[in-house]
Write a protein that binds this ligand. Sequence first.
Ligand code: SAM
Length: 283
Amino acid sequence: MAGILYLCATPIGNLGDITFRVLDTLREADLIAAEDTRNSIKILNHFEIKTPMTSYHEFNKYDKAEVLIAQLKEGRNIALITDAGTPAISDPGEVLVRRAKEEGITVTSLPGACAAITALTLSGLPTRRFVFEGFLPADKKERKAVLKSLENEERTIILYEAPHHLKGTLKELFDALGERKITLCRELTKKYEEAPSMDLSEAIAFYESNEPKGEYVLILAGADPEKKKEEQIRRFEEMTIEEHMQMYLDDGLEKKEAMKRVAADRGVSKRDIYRALNLGESD
Ligand code: SAM
């Protein structure tokens, strides 16, 4: 009979957050697959767990998944632990889970700490509807596309970020999404846990003179449709009709469609736009 793949959530800082079930499973499994064996050995030593460990990380996630699948098929029970928190959330666990399911292997998840959810609960922002983005893509084009897709996102947004990228990311968020409330969570579950809430522009100003330290979870308020509308009207009023037209032409719209949109945005008739641009209506 095939073994079982156990996804074991581990603490994101405070060792007291490990669960009894995870400890039992780590003790009883035939093998522990760990993202960072040097990190995980500290947990195993602390709880006197002697189960053999093997590495499963970003750079061997495809090849090693096949090795682990073969072992599961031979009947070995494997516990997966990642660097911190819940396996398969912004870590290589996702690949192993997919492969195991494709091979008909039983996968079970032992819940516990997850930085995203811990941060969300601390944010004071709406928690009824939220969207988890994890790390923004490193690739410039993909990153821009994700930021664009978030512009009108009304649900609360959860992002992960490393300290050396924080300042740049905050600026990019401001440029793409405008002013928003943000909660910056760091050192979660640890002694110096912090979750200050402020405007995005205040966060940018704060980190101009303070170096970011530790890993961050950013919780961003979703778009406010009313505020967005008002901002847009203000933006259009500041533009000339020519600039307004150019904005849509740059977006790839046909001239006629662009004029229609400009007229609608400015609350005037299409004829007014034709006239202002000194065009005949057949142009
Ligand atoms: N699987 C993990 C989970 O369940 O949250 C996330 C893994 S991801 C590779 C690591 C990111 O989680 C960090 O860069 C940071 O954004 C966030 N994170 C993990 N522990 C944290 C902590 N104690 N405080 C703040 N953020 C943390």
